[in-house]
Design a protein around this ligand. Structure first.
Ligand SMILES: Nc1ncnc2c1ncn2[C@@H]1O[C@H](COP(=O)(O)OP(=O)(O)OP(=O)(O)O)[C@@H](O)[C@H]1O
Length: 263
């Protein structure tokens, strides 16, 4: 069964005649890593946010026939109680800037612990052990020490690992990563991608990866959707799209990837 099935998703802001997302279809299967790539403003983030209904619905609206099916149930018509049960527990999201999610005045361990206890009924001691174990799982070498540190005491890569630990602590089936590695320098980015790779594999977790970076798609994804101006212009297996792109826009994205001269 498909984990996520986005059908005819249309998103409009205000009275603007041009929708931000113009009726796209996208599927994510169990354990699959799916990328959405496209230039700035192409509609990647608002698509990703619609899965958790995180778009500000006072200033935008979904098209009448749009559906975001999670395991067959339409999240666009789900009530708040159902959404609360899914957010964080079944579907989690990691954003580009951990500082927009982490509270600067609380230690990171306590913040992950809070998330865990909101979603489960375990004791504080059990929850702490689980946080420390998930810190280890995301490649934090000294999890006990990091547990007691404030966000500003950690490097960008480490903060992103804490965010990933927070996102996976509740064992979600689907992780949405929106430009999760874009702000990191290349070596840290590679290490964080390796960690996501390992986690997705060991937990059989599906990943929807939003990025503007072809390298990330090539390195991480099984399938990719190429978006432009709110539409999916091309989709398919990563190898096929990268080696024989059918759309001119995909070719231009590939041509923009810097290459070192052979000699
Ligand atoms: N709060 C908002 N108010 C009005 N329009 C918005 C708002 N957020 C997004 N949009 C519209 O939706 C379009 C798609 O935005 P989105 O953030 O999904 O792009 P993106 O592909 O994720 O770009 P980026 O890579 O820069 O994040 C924007 O071009 C804009 O027209």
């Amino acid at each position: 069964m498909t984990i996520l099935d986005i059908v005819g998703l249309r998103i409009s802001f205000g009275e603007s005649s041009r929708p931000a997302v113009a009726g796209i279809n996208l599927k994510v299967g169990p354990g699959e890593r799916v990328g959405i790539i496209g230039e700035s403003g192409s509609g990647k983030s608002v698509t990703a946010m619609s899965v958790l209904r995180l778009n500000n619905e006072r200033i935008m609206r979904y098209g009448e026939n749009s559906k975001v099916l999670y395991r067959g149930d339409d999240l666009l018509s789900a009530n708040e109680k159902t959404l609360r049960g899914i957010r964080g527990s079944e579907i989690s999201m990691v954003f580009q800037d951990p500082m927009s999610v982490l509270n600067p005045v609380f230690k990171v361990g306590a913040q992950v612990l809070d998330v865990l206890r909101t979603h489960g009924a375990q004791s504080k001691t059990e929850a702490k052990a689980q946080v420390i174990s998930s810190f280890g799982e995301v490649g934090i070498h000294d999890p006990e020490r990091v547990f007691g540190q404030y966000p500003h005491e950690l490097s960008g890569g480490m903060r992103q690992r804490v965010m990933i630990a927070m996102a996976i602590a509740t064992g979600p089936n689907l992780l949405i990563a929106d430009e999760a590695t874009s702000a990191l320098d290349v070596t840290v980015q590679a290490a964080v991608l390796n960690t996501l790779d390992r986690l997705a594999e060991s937990r059989e977790m599906s990943v929807l990866m939003i990025t503007h970076d072809m390298g990330v798609v090539a390195r991480f994804c099984d399938r990719v959707y190429v978006m432009r101006g709110g539409e999916v212009v091309e989709s398919g297996d990563v190898e096929k799209v990268l080696t024989s792109p059918s759309h001119e826009y995909t070719r231009s994205l590939l041509a923009a990837v810097p290459r070192l001269p052979r000699d």
